[in-house]
Design a protein around this ligand. Structure first.
Ligand code: APR
Length: 180
């Protein structure tokens, strides 16, 4: 059975998918990390459109065009800053994945690529962030038949290995959820 989920190591701006997800901040006006890479690759029109959105609260996402990216859409998800785990960081991170998939589905995007949201500048521990990401996406895929492929794009080899190992752990349940 073919899984809908793929884990790769690479640069999200190079992915040939309908939508790529950006790990943005509440201002939605660009930044460093993957936010900076996506804005550089998409070109200045992306920032122009972001300026019209009026920001985005943590745990939510907004969708824009992809401009010079091969992706039709960029979905800007605002992950939580890690503050020790006592401020619903896990719930807010899960919401980022749920809201991103919801926006993708509502806009007819069938393939979507995620970075490892909040695990860079926002210091969310990678092991727990990865488990939240995979579990949330697996759960959403049960009811979102329109989404055909989800690619987790890990920038570093170590993140890639953590995602692979975590997915292997979750796979027995994923087998049950694999699509026909
Ligand atoms: N492709 C895929 N993943 C990338 C890329 C890229 N081109 N560049 C960086 N990453 C990875 C990082 O290695 C990390 O694993 O994206 C993950 C998220 O890290 P950040 O980009 O730092 O995002 P985050 O931790 O969510 O912090 C968001 O940082 O860049 C600012 O404006 C952004 O204020 C916001 C904050």
């Amino acid at each position: 059975m073919k899984h809908k989920i793929q884990i790769i190591q690479g640069d999200i701006t190079q992915q040939k998918v309908d939508a790529i997800v950006n790990a943005a901040n509440t201002a939605l006006l660009g930044g460093g990390g993957v936010d900076g890479a996506i804005h550089r690759a998409a070109g200045p029109e992306l920032l122009q459109e972001c300026r019209t959105l009026g920001g985005c609260p943590t745990g939510e996402a907004r969708i824009t065009k992809g401009y010079r990216l091969s992706a039709k859409f960029v979905i800007h998800a605002v992950g939580p800053v890690w503050n020790g785990g006592g401020r619903n960081e896990a719930g807010l991170l899960a919401d980022c994945y749920r809201q991103s998939l919801k926006l993708a589905s509502e806009n007819g995007a069938k393939t979507i690529a995620f970075p490892s949201i909040s695990t860079g500048a926002y210091r969310f521990p990678i092991e727990s962030a990865c488990e939240i990401a995979l579990k949330t996406v697996l759960q959403c895929l049960e009811t979102m038949s329109g989404i055909e492929k989800v690619i987790f794009v890990c920038f570093s080899k170590s993140d890639y290995e953590i995602y692979q190992r975590t997915f292997e752990k979750l796979k027995p349940s994923a087998d049950k959820k694999a699509v026909q």
